[in-house]
Design a binder for this molecule. Structure first.
Ligand SMILES: *Cc1c(COP(=O)(O)O)cnc(C)c1O
Length: 367
């Protein structure tokens, strides 16, 4: 029984590509025919037009304000997804180094980043959560290497639903963070980082564009062995328009950023809304805790991805079936761990989460 695409789009709990604001979807559908003030489709506008440079500049400006970035920071819109950053980062900052970079292996996605770094230089896996099935995160008491070329970690492990509540590592070591699944979901102290990357398709827009924030002072003289396309300094010089960029994806990011700043009111408000959403889900899960098993230990649970499984696999199948019938999409856990995953990205509304929470309570009650 379909409840229509409006309901389906609003109740898309998928981990990625994620839900987008309803207003942005409407603006986009109009822009496919005609961008306001331009008079033609966003799909046909030249990436060399003044209009598109302004789109890129406005996107950068919103991100600068939201993240509190000073002039040393460059804001880039690149292709290749977060996966490409798993290589592009070590190609710039690890190639030729003798001291190992510190990596935290906290889940599925950080596990993908290590082998790519090892192709470029020495890597030390400072924490490995694999043995405990990636159910918790390290604390600040690790033996950080003050001479490491950088520390790499993932602020939110999307598959396991683990999120750092603090900034790990030493301030004297450059921090590199993959924020793909919690970028702009809460305030971040950018001063403590040297490079932050996040693809758009979880919290910010469609697949095709990856935001890379990097300190110009750190990039200088690095990556000279790389082709221009993969060099941060070449992309900075080209203002992210080195070759044909994904205009539609970047335009969508612009619409989302405007929404985030002008309608939500910035990261503080966004974080408050996100806290309320995750609390609604946890309230229900706590009430019926004997029927489920939470994947992650308390204290490192993600506000973006809530991961659990039913004790009874048959009831879990029934849950997926009934949830989909009721119009709730994307609740299946990642294929690597199964179970249920409820993703609560920025554009997910409190009302939609309340609807899901009510549905879940009803389901638990009769199971
Ligand atoms: C989804 C995800 C990735 C993979 O991103 P691609 O854009 O598909 O390469 C990497 N890191 C994190 C944290 C993710 O959630």
């Amino acid at each position: 029984m379909s409840r229509g695409f409006d309901f389906a789009n609003l109740h898309n709990f998928s981990a990625g590509p994620g839900v987008l604001p309803q207003k942005v979807l409407k603006q986009l559908s109009e822009a496919v025919l005609e961008v306001p003030g331009v008079g033609m489709s966003v799909l046909g506008i030249s990436h060399r037009s003044d209009w598109f440079s302004e789109v890129v500049d406005e996107c950068s400006q919103h991100i600068r304000v939201l993240m509190g970035l000073d002039e040393d920071w460059a804001v880039l819109f690149l292709q290749g997804g977060a996966t490409q950053q798993f290589s592009q980062v070590p190609e710039h900052f690890l190639r030729g180094q003798t001291e190992p970079a510190d990596y935290l292996r906290t889940g599925y996605w950080s596990s993908k980043s290590l082998p790519q770094a090892e192709l470029c230089g020495p890597v030390r896996c400072l924490w490995d959560g694999a043995e405990q099935g990636f159910s918790s995160l390290p604390d600040q008491s690790l033996q950080w290497n003050p001479r490491a070329p950088y520390l790499h970690y993932i602020s939110n492990e999307t598959v396991e639903g683990l999120q750092f509540a603090f900034v790990p590592g030493l301030d004297e070591v450059p921090r590199v963070c993959d924020m793909s699944s919690d970028f702009l979901s809460r305030p971040v102290d950018a001063d403590r980082f040297s490079l932050i990357y996040a693809h758009a398709q979880k919290n910010l827009g469609p697949a095709g564009v990856t935001i890379v924030l990097v300190r110009r002072s750190w990039v200088q003289g690095r990556g000279l062995h790389l082709p221009d396309f993969l060099r941060y300094d070449a992309q900075i010089k080209a203002n992210s328009i080195l070759n044909t960029p994904p205009v539609l994806a970047i335009y969508t990011v612009l619409l989302v950023l405007r929404w985030l700043r002008h309608e939500v009111g910035g990261l503080q408000s966004m974080a408050q809304i996100n806290e309320r959403k995750v609390a609604l889900v946890h309230e229900v899960l706590a009430r019926y805790s004997e029927q489920i098993h939470m994947h992650s230990s308390a204290g490192c649970r993600s506000r973006m991805n809530v991961v659990f499984r039913f004790e009874d696999a048959t009831i879990q199948q029934l849950f997926f079936h009934e949830a989909l019938n009721a119009g709730f999409h994307g609740l299946e856990g990642h294929r690597s761990i199964g179970g249920v995953r409820i993703s609560l990205y920025n554009a997910m509304t409190i009302d939609a989460v309340q609807n899901l929470a009510d549905f879940m309570a009803g389901f638990f009650q009769k199971s």
